[in-house]
Design a protein around this ligand. Structure first.
Ligand SMILES: Cc1cc2nc3c(=O)[nH]c(=O)nc-3n(C[C@H](O)[C@H](O)[C@H](O)COP(=O)(O)O)c2cc1C
Length: 173
Protein backbone atom coordinates (compact mmCIF):
# COMPACT_ATOMS: atom_id res chain seq x y z
CA UNK A 1 0.00 0.00 0.00
CA UNK A 2 2.69 2.45 1.08
CA UNK A 3 4.77 1.48 -1.91
CA UNK A 4 1.89 2.01 -4.31
CA UNK A 5 1.00 5.38 -2.85
CA UNK A 6 4.53 6.64 -3.21
CA UNK A 7 4.82 5.47 -6.80
CA UNK A 8 5.42 8.43 -9.11
CA UNK A 9 5.07 8.77 -12.83
CA UNK A 10 8.45 8.24 -14.43
CA UNK A 11 9.32 9.73 -17.78
CA UNK A 12 11.69 7.58 -19.84
CA UNK A 13 13.48 8.73 -22.99
CA UNK A 14 16.49 8.01 -25.12
CA UNK A 15 18.64 11.16 -25.30
CA UNK A 16 19.09 12.57 -28.82
CA UNK A 17 19.41 15.97 -30.53
CA UNK A 18 15.66 16.51 -30.47
CA UNK A 19 15.14 16.23 -26.72
CA UNK A 20 18.08 17.99 -25.12
CA UNK A 21 15.60 19.98 -23.03
CA UNK A 22 14.48 16.76 -21.35
CA UNK A 23 18.05 15.67 -20.75
CA UNK A 24 18.88 19.06 -19.28
CA UNK A 25 15.89 18.69 -16.96
CA UNK A 26 16.95 15.18 -15.94
CA UNK A 27 20.52 16.37 -15.26
CA UNK A 28 18.95 19.13 -13.19
CA UNK A 29 17.58 16.53 -10.76
CA UNK A 30 21.12 16.18 -9.50
CA UNK A 31 21.35 18.95 -6.90
CA UNK A 32 24.69 20.74 -6.88
CA UNK A 33 26.36 23.69 -5.30
CA UNK A 34 27.28 26.73 -7.37
CA UNK A 35 30.79 28.03 -8.06
CA UNK A 36 32.42 30.98 -9.76
CA UNK A 37 35.59 30.23 -11.70
CA UNK A 38 37.98 33.14 -12.27
CA UNK A 39 41.01 33.62 -14.48
CA UNK A 40 43.30 36.45 -15.53
CA UNK A 41 43.37 37.09 -19.28
CA UNK A 42 44.85 39.74 -21.62
CA UNK A 43 41.32 41.24 -21.66
CA UNK A 44 41.21 41.47 -17.88
CA UNK A 45 39.45 39.39 -15.24
CA UNK A 46 37.14 36.75 -16.72
CA UNK A 47 34.67 34.80 -14.59
CA UNK A 48 31.97 32.20 -15.12
CA UNK A 49 29.25 30.71 -12.94
CA UNK A 50 29.55 26.92 -12.93
CA UNK A 51 27.62 24.13 -11.26
CA UNK A 52 29.72 21.41 -12.91
CA UNK A 53 32.43 21.50 -10.25
CA UNK A 54 33.40 18.22 -8.64
CA UNK A 55 36.06 17.12 -6.21
CA UNK A 56 38.21 14.34 -7.69
CA UNK A 57 41.33 13.37 -5.73
CA UNK A 58 42.77 13.92 -2.25
CA UNK A 59 46.42 13.06 -3.00
CA UNK A 60 47.25 14.75 -5.19
CA UNK A 61 44.51 17.32 -4.55
CA UNK A 62 42.51 17.57 -7.77
CA UNK A 63 39.17 18.99 -8.86
CA UNK A 64 37.29 19.30 -12.16
CA UNK A 65 34.72 21.48 -13.81
CA UNK A 66 33.17 21.60 -17.28
CA UNK A 67 33.09 24.74 -19.44
CA UNK A 68 30.63 24.83 -22.34
CA UNK A 69 32.39 24.91 -25.73
CA UNK A 70 29.59 27.14 -27.03
CA UNK A 71 30.17 29.81 -24.42
CA UNK A 72 31.97 32.92 -25.66
CA UNK A 73 34.14 32.57 -22.55
CA UNK A 74 35.28 29.08 -23.39
CA UNK A 75 38.62 30.01 -25.02
CA UNK A 76 39.71 31.87 -21.90
CA UNK A 77 39.07 28.95 -19.60
CA UNK A 78 40.45 26.32 -21.92
CA UNK A 79 43.68 28.35 -22.09
CA UNK A 80 43.96 29.46 -18.47
CA UNK A 81 46.91 27.73 -16.86
CA UNK A 82 45.85 29.02 -13.46
CA UNK A 83 42.34 29.65 -12.18
CA UNK A 84 40.40 29.78 -8.94
CA UNK A 85 37.13 28.03 -8.12
CA UNK A 86 34.91 29.72 -5.51
CA UNK A 87 32.09 27.81 -3.81
CA UNK A 88 29.25 30.27 -3.27
CA UNK A 89 27.36 30.80 -0.06
CA UNK A 90 23.56 31.10 -0.04
CA UNK A 91 23.76 34.89 0.23
CA UNK A 92 25.83 35.19 -2.98
CA UNK A 93 22.91 34.73 -5.39
CA UNK A 94 23.44 38.20 -6.91
CA UNK A 95 27.04 37.38 -7.74
CA UNK A 96 25.94 34.08 -9.29
CA UNK A 97 23.57 35.85 -11.71
CA UNK A 98 25.86 38.78 -12.40
CA UNK A 99 28.70 36.51 -13.48
CA UNK A 100 26.37 34.18 -15.40
CA UNK A 101 25.27 37.20 -17.47
CA UNK A 102 28.61 38.91 -17.86
CA UNK A 103 32.12 37.41 -18.13
CA UNK A 104 33.44 40.76 -16.86
CA UNK A 105 30.91 40.85 -14.02
CA UNK A 106 33.61 40.89 -11.35
CA UNK A 107 35.50 43.84 -12.82
CA UNK A 108 35.17 46.83 -10.57
CA UNK A 109 35.06 44.66 -7.46
CA UNK A 110 37.97 44.83 -5.08
CA UNK A 111 39.50 41.45 -5.97
CA UNK A 112 42.68 40.05 -4.48
CA UNK A 113 45.31 38.26 -6.53
CA UNK A 114 47.02 35.01 -5.65
CA UNK A 115 50.67 34.02 -6.19
CA UNK A 116 49.90 32.96 -9.77
CA UNK A 117 48.17 36.28 -10.55
CA UNK A 118 44.66 34.80 -10.48
CA UNK A 119 41.90 37.16 -9.31
CA UNK A 120 40.33 35.76 -6.13
CA UNK A 121 37.13 36.53 -4.25
CA UNK A 122 37.09 36.70 -0.48
CA UNK A 123 34.32 35.45 1.77
CA UNK A 124 33.13 32.44 -0.23
CA UNK A 125 32.33 29.11 1.44
CA UNK A 126 35.47 27.62 -0.04
CA UNK A 127 38.11 28.51 -2.58
CA UNK A 128 40.37 26.24 -4.61
CA UNK A 129 43.34 27.84 -6.37
CA UNK A 130 44.27 25.58 -9.25
CA UNK A 131 46.77 24.84 -11.95
CA UNK A 132 45.38 23.15 -15.04
CA UNK A 133 46.52 19.56 -15.37
CA UNK A 134 44.47 18.32 -18.33
CA UNK A 135 41.57 19.23 -20.58
CA UNK A 136 39.51 16.25 -21.72
CA UNK A 137 36.88 15.88 -24.39
CA UNK A 138 33.41 16.12 -22.90
CA UNK A 139 31.18 16.43 -25.95
CA UNK A 140 29.81 19.97 -26.15
CA UNK A 141 31.67 20.70 -22.90
CA UNK A 142 35.30 20.20 -21.93
CA UNK A 143 36.41 18.58 -18.69
CA UNK A 144 39.08 20.69 -17.03
CA UNK A 145 41.07 18.84 -14.41
CA UNK A 146 43.23 20.89 -12.08
CA UNK A 147 45.64 20.44 -9.21
CA UNK A 148 44.72 22.43 -6.09
CA UNK A 149 47.71 24.51 -4.99
CA UNK A 150 45.92 26.27 -2.15
CA UNK A 151 42.52 25.92 -0.54
CA UNK A 152 40.59 27.85 2.04
CA UNK A 153 37.16 27.57 3.57
CA UNK A 154 34.75 29.18 5.95
CA UNK A 155 33.22 27.40 8.94
CA UNK A 156 29.77 29.01 8.94
CA UNK A 157 27.26 29.63 6.21
CA UNK A 158 24.69 27.85 4.08
CA UNK A 159 25.51 26.83 0.52
CA UNK A 160 23.97 28.23 -2.63
CA UNK A 161 22.35 25.29 -4.40
CA UNK A 162 21.22 24.59 -7.96
CA UNK A 163 18.34 22.14 -8.45
CA UNK A 164 15.80 21.74 -11.25
CA UNK A 165 17.18 24.85 -12.93
CA UNK A 166 16.60 27.00 -9.88
CA UNK A 167 18.69 28.35 -7.07
CA UNK A 168 18.11 27.27 -3.51
CA UNK A 169 20.04 26.83 -0.32
CA UNK A 170 21.51 23.87 1.49
CA UNK A 171 22.05 23.83 5.22
CA UNK A 172 23.59 21.06 7.27
CA UNK A 173 21.57 19.96 10.28
C1 LIG B 1 23.65 28.06 -11.78
C2 LIG B 1 24.43 28.10 -13.07
C3 LIG B 1 25.35 27.09 -13.37
C4 LIG B 1 26.10 27.11 -14.55
N1 LIG B 1 27.02 26.13 -14.77
C5 LIG B 1 27.80 26.18 -15.88
C6 LIG B 1 28.83 25.22 -16.08
O1 LIG B 1 29.06 24.32 -15.28
N2 LIG B 1 29.59 25.33 -17.22
C7 LIG B 1 29.38 26.33 -18.15
O2 LIG B 1 30.09 26.37 -19.15
N3 LIG B 1 28.41 27.25 -17.96
C8 LIG B 1 27.64 27.21 -16.86
N4 LIG B 1 26.67 28.18 -16.67
C9 LIG B 1 26.51 29.24 -17.69
C10 LIG B 1 27.57 30.34 -17.55
O3 LIG B 1 27.63 30.82 -16.22
C11 LIG B 1 27.26 31.55 -18.44
O4 LIG B 1 25.94 31.96 -18.25
C12 LIG B 1 27.50 31.26 -19.91
O5 LIG B 1 28.86 30.95 -20.10
C13 LIG B 1 27.13 32.47 -20.76
O6 LIG B 1 27.56 32.29 -22.07
P1 LIG B 1 28.42 33.43 -22.82
O7 LIG B 1 29.78 33.45 -22.20
O8 LIG B 1 28.43 32.98 -24.24
O9 LIG B 1 27.66 34.74 -22.58
C14 LIG B 1 25.92 28.16 -15.48
C15 LIG B 1 24.98 29.18 -15.19
C16 LIG B 1 24.26 29.16 -14.01
C17 LIG B 1 23.30 30.29 -13.71
Amino acid sequence: MGLQMSKQTQRAFVPDESNTRLLRDAFGRFATGVTIVTAQTPEGVVAITASSFSSVSLTPAMVLWSPDRNSRRFPYFERAEHYAIHVLAADQEDLCFKVAKDAGGLRGLDLGQNAEGVPVLEGCLARFECTRRAVYDGGDHAIVLGVVNRAEMREEGEALAFFKGQLGRICAH
